[in-house]
Design a protein around this ligand. Sequence first.
Ligand code: SAM
Length: 281
Amino acid sequence: MNEAPLMPGLYVVATPIGNLGDITLRALDVLKRVDLIAAEDTRVTGQLLATLGISKPLLSVREHNERQGAEKLAAKIAAGAAVAYVSDAGTPAISDPGAVLVRALREAGLPVIPVPGASAVTAALSVAGFAPGPWLFAGFLPPKQKARRDAILALKHQPAVLVFYEAPHRVRETLVDLAVTLGGERRICIARELTKQFEETACMRLDETAGWLGASAYREKGEFVLLVEGAAQAESGMADAERMLRVLAEELPASQAAKIAAKLTGRKKSELYDLLVQEHD
Ligand code: SAM
């Protein structure tokens, strides 16, 4: 590692989202060499630093005091200090404090340097298996049902994969609202407890999520990322299923064609069967 003093500035450092092994070599190096670490919660970061064997002065900079914190840090950096900013877990400013601080320092003309690493959104996307293409990070949905359904509705025709963060006590109702608002046949990947002991990622249709949650008392616990297929993929998936259905229906009775197409595409048999039958009504 480089022993030269760090250039003055704000180092925005990502920390693990569960598995301590995900701290990067560069994050360790920067945390060891900065003059001060500003943190969303000094107790949480204090524990992380103790585990990593790092001892540094800590300053609390969280949502309610980010502006004042920015003023203090700007003065220190202008005087030549290297300062790290860390949130409780993952990458600062991703559904976490950090953006206000960063903007204030940029406006003051001071250097802001990313030290990238873990984030639940990229970890979840990397194992969801959606076709490469656009995705939209929507963060946390509103806690109240009406506002939540409205927010989902506003995204209904978004072609991009939709990515949400959710807390365990709200995941059940959010999954219901997603199914009701977007339609039960859209696909979702639920990424739970990533990088931790009970990590799991399961992909299914939205109308299957209640069964999946109910299958174990532990399923509603932990931290969640919800990734929902975008409207473009849902529509092109349906178009593929329909093409397959029509080829099968030329050779087989409607119910058998629908059954095989459903198995091959993951769509609902009844939905495919209805497509064939409706034409003969
Ligand atoms: N800054 C963090 C990041 O970069 O991912 C996110 C902080 S946000 C306050 C916390 C939310 O991130 C959790 O409620 C959950 O939705 C998601 N999250 C964090 N860690 C996770 C994990 N290990 N597995 C799944 N989701 C996680």
